[in-house]
Design a protein around this ligand. Structure first.
Ligand SMILES: Cc1cc2nc3c(=O)[nH]c(=O)nc-3n(C[C@H](O)[C@H](O)[C@H](O)COP(=O)(O)OP(=O)(O)OC[C@H]3O[C@@H](n4cnc5c(N)ncnc54)[C@H](O)[C@@H]3O)c2cc1C
Length: 451
């Protein structure tokens, strides 16, 4: 492709900014990143409180975040944040140790069984499900894998593996099929409480591409990265380093693609481009673009999670001494309850605590925002850490995905086949997974494949 083409990128979250970085590194310097907000970072959002930054969005990474590491290297920054630590409570606020056989001798046989299933699962993923962990979903529904391995060298791997079709099943069914039901107890913490939905509704492909075995072990061993200035700082640093900084407050009212050009109306002015990369939610693309029938059809199948975050103050005596997972509240029956709360700084009680809840399950009516908020505040009281004030709150459009039927019907292969068709490329969360690294990695691959 001609290196001088004009490329528009919609969205200055991890996907859009890293697309800019990878394009620039490949010699494409004529790109423009259009961002609706007055700041960059998207769901990596780190406001200030008492002289420090806290997290309303993304919090952590793991050592296998190779694309985020590319960004760190490009910007000369590192993951220098506070060490994460956590404990567990039941729904009544009692501290529990679910994984310690010594704490509850009656659970010891169960834990032993779980350990054996973990071993079996690790082997299955390496053998029966070879290729399960490459970035993106190309070919999976057809029993193929095609992408880059999750290794520092990110070698290109591809091959046939009909077993991969099983990944379209909800994770719960997938575990049952493989006789490893108990591993869900390990995966649920960094999956459901992190807002990615319930195991009876979400295809195993999403669960395992994000929580591949290596990543899951990093969570188990709390081998995690954070950033002192927040995850938003990663993307602010990248934006500052890019030759073309994102254009903030860009209100896009129209996208028209005709005669091999892309015309975008931004803040009332029509701009002409050769190619478009959309990293903003594809579900809403038809609201402002001349979406074709196939785009409308596929994008209408996308669903998303309603993931609510509160930042609360507590009285010093009510401040939790550590972050807590509330395991009982991670089941579909307890949708709308507090699943995790996060204390970021160890040396400070004058900080906000952030709380996390989901309020939608595919088969249940959506819980209204205010009701969920009330429930979470009551739960926090039950935990023994009542809030004295809510200082920030946000309901996120979170983890866009498709369900098992569409996944198995080849949604991804059909959308991948549309890449470039209307001088438009699709990136961002739904194309891979809703975390910083999968989205950045997908942008890397997109640039590699098409530019
Ligand atoms: C509470 C929470 C916790 C999380 N925890 C983690 C974590 O610990 N680790 C992790 O890796 N990830 C985490 N994530 C997920 C991670 O933040 C996202 O997956 C990642 O930010 C997605 O990047 P993206 O660029 O695809 O989308 P986004 O970050 O959503 O960015 C999209 C950008 O597009 C802009 N935009 C949207 N529509 C338009 C439009 N019409 N015109 C112009 N611009 C538009 C938006 O304003 C936004 O800036 C968390 C997210 C949340 C909310």
């Amino acid at each position: 492709m001609d290196k001088n083409i004009k490329i528009a990128i919609i969205g200055a979250g991890p996907a859009g900014l890293s697309a800019g970085m990878y394009l620039e590194q490949k010699g494409y310097e004529n790109y423009t990143i259009l961002e609706r907000n007055d700041h960059v970072g998207g769901k990596c959002h780190s406001p200030h409180y008492n002289g420090r930054r806290y997290e309303m969005g993304a919090i952590m990474g793991v050592p296998s975040y190779y694309a985020v590491h590319d960004v760190e290297e490009f910007c000369g920054i590192t993951h220098d944040g506070p060490k994460l630590n956590r404990n567990y409570k039941d729904k009544h606020g009692k501290v529990i140790e679910p994984f310690n056989p010594k704490a509850n001798i009656l659970r010891a046989p169960h834990l032993l069984k779980m350990k054996n299933q973990m071993k079996k699962f690790a082997e299955l993923l390496e053998t029966k499900y070879k290729g399960y962990d490459v970035n993106g979903h190309r070919g999976v529904a057809q029993g193929r894998y095609d992408g880059y391995a999750v290794t520092p060298g990110r070698e290109k791997v591809s091959g046939e593996n009909p077993n991969l079709k099983d990944l379209a099943l909800p994770f719960k069914e997938f575990c049952k099929l493989n006789g490893v039901d108990l591993v869900q107890e390990i995966w649920i913490g960094p999956f459901t409480s992190f807002g990615y939905g319930y195991f009876d509704e979400i295809p195993a492909a999403y669960v395992l591409k994000y929580l591949d075995f290596q990543t899951t072990m990093n969570f188990v061993n709390i081998n995690l990265w954070t950033w002192k200035e927040g995850t938003q700082f990663i993307w602010e640093s990248l934006n500052a380093k890019l030759k073309n900084h994102a254009r903030l407050n860009s209100d896009i009212t129209k996208v028209e693609r005709k005669d091999g050009k892309v015309y975008i109306t931004v803040n009332g002015t029509v701009e002409e481009y050769d190619k478009l990369i959309v990293t903003a939610p594809l579900q809403y693309f038809p609201d402002y673009a001349d979406a074709r029938e196939d785009e409308k059809d596929f994008f209408s199948k996308i669903d998303y999670e309603r993931y609510d975050v509160l930042a609360v103050e507590t009285k010093p005596e009510d401040h939790p001494e550590i972050s807590y997972y509330v395991f009982d509240n991670m089941t579909p029956e307890r949708v709308g309850h507090l699943m995790v709360y996060y204390r970021r700084w160890r040396d400070e009680v004058n900080q906000v605590i952030t709380t996390y809840a989901l309020r939608k399950h595919k088969d249940k009516p959506e819980i209204p925002y205010e009701q969920c908020k009330e429930t979470v505040l009551c739960d926090l009281q039950d935990m023994g850490n009542p809030a004295s004030a809510v200082v920030n709150e946000k309901s996120w459009y979170y983890f866009p995905h498709v369900f098992s039927k569409d996944y198995a019907d080849g949604w991804y292969d059909k959308v991948e086949a549309m890449q470039g068709k209307y001088d438009t490329y699709y990136a961002g969360e739904v194309m891979s997974f809703g975390d910083m690294d999968e989205t950045a990695e997908y942008s890397r691959e997109l640039v590699d494949r098409f530019f």
